[in-house]
Write a protein that binds this ligand. Structure first.
Ligand SMILES: [Zn+2]
Length: 184
């Protein structure tokens, strides 16, 4: 299995679970969190790998300093792990629903954020994903800021969506999440 993952040299596994469903599939998939990606191994009934999908962590939307990794709910009431990527929401279901909060925490922490436990509302199943305090240098690990250390860069929040923006003061940048142009 490991050889099929083709992990990058700087990529390591953080969390792994079986019994995961995605996009209406049955619970035969494997979900892997690395420091760079969420990897879905799509397996058939007989356990044969049909496809491997990668969802880069640096594509997860950050709103108001909170990675958009949430617990959602299907129409039948069962809980889902909903992750808002720049391209859209990916929804994962777990055979063991109690795994969802573990995944929210692991993804959030891997992104360099913390889940604000005091604000987690497990009962409604909709509000998990309250976060606090951005750790500095968080995006380094996932490759968002690769050149920043060369010049003196500053970090600001997008005026429109509060996503972190990085650049030189006075520079006009375009928010990669909401496309708003603004001066740092
Ligand atoms: Zn924005």
């Amino acid at each position: 299995m490991a050889e099929k993952l083709n992990l990058m040299a700087n990529e390591s596994i953080v969390l792994k679970d079986v019994g995961v469903a995605h996009e209406g599939s049955i619970y035969t998939n494997e979900l892997i969190l690395t420091n760079l990606n969420i990897i879905l191994i799509n397996k058939g009934m007989l356990g044969k790998t049909k496809s491997v999908d990668r969802f880069p962590l640096n594509q997860i939307k950050i709103l108001d300093g909170k990675p958009q990794v949430l617990q959602g709910k299907k129409s039948n009431g069962s809980a889902t792990l909903d992750i808002v990527f720049v391209r859209g929401v990916e929804s994962f279901s777990f055979q063991s629903q109690s795994n969802i909060s573990k995944w929210i925490k692991a993804i959030t922490n891997t992104l360099g954020y913390e889940v604000d436990e005091s604000r987690v509302n497990d009962d409604s199943g909709t509000l998990i994903g309250a976060f606090k305090s951005i750790k500095s240098g968080v995006m380094d690990a996932i490759g968002i800021k690769q050149k920043e250390k060369i010049e003196e860069k500053i970090t600001k929040k997008c005026i429109s969506c509060s996503a972190p923006l990085v650049g030189v003061a006075g520079q006009v940048v375009k928010c990669k999440y909401c496309d708003t142009s603004q001066t740092l």
